[in-house]
Design a protein around this ligand. Structure first.
Ligand code: GLU
Length: 419
């Protein structure tokens, strides 16, 4: 694990892309900064009557292309630099997949497994209250991320609505996306990130002349993104040979049943102990013989230490920031393709945009319509990135960043800077 802050990598990669895009120094200064950084400390009563203090964050990186947009995560390692990194990635991601949103991210520094459901509900509601008007349906729209889900979004929505004036309560359910479908969520949002991951893999396989039906894959993280990616990829006939999460690592060269593992994880909370595979170590997992590796957990997993172990032909970044700078250099040197996070996992926020549109216009799209629109977005974004990579003779991540920077630059050129 790299000891360097993930935010230093974010800045370094941005400046490399800014060099490639040949943007001027004022544009560079704008995009290198965050617009707003909100830190809140708030008290919550625990089930046993004690009061505990919590720290929550919301970093709003850029809103030149539209309202701030990005998830909220609950994790003990959430801190300002991590949230800054994730917020900047959201700006590049929304620009790459070409939806009219900016980038933001937030979270609470908390290990959610240590709290009861009612405590988590009070923590979420008090955090929402503390954020106040720093979020809003046409201003900054949170969504699920690591350890948050539709239920957490429902608590945020309800708290937000209860704190509005009575006459202003309606028509703002699009203050969050990734909501339960009954509360104005979108069909297809739950699987959207995984769906995007497998469609980028489909595009990659076509470009490279591979047949997904004959390929094996491994997945790190078996939460929303990892398990949906695995289940959808299995639908192509690809075979999952290893998986891991915070509870352990498992392998079965004959194949692991992705649906059965998802059902097991829902009950047991993790992949450890799954009877259809044998336990292996983390390093054995990283070194597993596979064609496709899908990191879908946390950042900085593919580093100087682990990149040399990877045997895959492609790394499809379901997670945000799973590959650090040295790790990526090693992969590319070894001829391993990387589908970068800002392209690979952009399906989630793309369907968040569709959910937001449906909420704003009081509509309900069919699953076919959601999937059809997402399919267009993902294949177009993949092709746009490929063309920039070809033009600049650079890797896919730098190409995706340059594509995003160019799209943002066009907005600034035409709008100018106030006053
Ligand atoms: N948390 C997801 C991401 O990192 C989704 C964000 C959203 O839908 O706003 O892309």
């Amino acid at each position: 694990m790299s000891t360097r802050s993930v935010y230093q990598d974010v800045q370094k990669r941005f400046h490399r892309a800014a060099d490639l895009a040949k943007i001027d120094s004022s544009m560079r200064a704008i995009l290198a900064s965050n617009t707003n950084e909100i830190v809140v400390h708030f008290p919550v009563r625990m089930d046993d009557g004690r009061i505990e203090m919590f720290t929550g964050y919301r970093v709003q990186h850029n809103d030149a292309r539209g309202p701030f947009k990005g998830g909220l995560r609950f994790h003990p390692e959430v801190e300002l630099d991590e949230v800054r990194s994730l917020a900047a990635w959201m700006t590049w991601k929304t620009a790459v997949v070409d939806i009219p949103f900016g980038g933001a991210k937030g979270g609470i520094q908390i290990d959610p497994s240590k709290y009861s459901q009612s405590e988590l509900e009070r923590i979420t509601r008090r955090f929402t209250f503390a954020l106040g008007d720093n979020i809003g349906p046409d201003y900054d729209i949170p969504a699920p991320d690591v350890n948050t889900n539709a239920r957490v979004m429902a608590w945020i929505l309800d708290t937000y609505l209860q704190t509005r004036a009575p006459g202003a309560r309606h028509n703002c359910t699009h203050v969050v996306t990734g909501k339960p479908v009954d509360l104005g969520g979108s069909l297809g949002r739950d699987k959207a990130t995984g769906q995007g991951v497998v469609w980028t893999l489909e595009a990659w396989a076509k470009e490279r002349g591979f047949n997904l039906a004959k390929m094996t894959f491994t997945v790190q993280g078996y939460g929303n993104v990892g398990s949906w990616s695995a289940r959808l990829l299995a639908g192509y006939g690809s075979k999952m040979v290893a998986a891991e999460d915070h509870t352990g690592s498992i392998a079965n060269p004959a194949g692991i049943d992705c649906e059965a593992l998802a059902a097991y994880v829902r009950v047991k909370g993790g992949v450890a102990g799954y009877e259809g595979a044998k336990a292996i170590t983390h390093l054995e997992f990283m070194a597993a013989q596979t064609d496709i590796f899908i990191p879908a957990a946390l950042h900085n997993q593919i580093t100087l230490e682990t990149a040399l172990l990877i045997k895959a032909k492609v790394v499809a970044e379901g997670a945000n920031g799973p590959t650090d700078i040295e790790g990526e250099a090693i992969l590319l040197e070894r001829g391993i393709d990387v589908i970068p996070d800002v392209l690979c996992n952009s399906g989630g926020v793309a369907v968040s945009f569709f959910e937001w549109l449906q909420g704003k216009h009081d509509q309900m799209w069919s699953l076919e319509q959601v999937d059809g629109e997402l399919h267009k977005k993902i294949f177009k974004a993949y092709e746009d990135v490929r063309l920039v990579a070809e033009e600049l003779k650079t890797d896919r991540r730098m190409a995706a960043y340059v594509l995003a920077i160019r799209r943002l630059q066009r907005v600034y050129e035409q709008r100018g800077i106030f006053p």
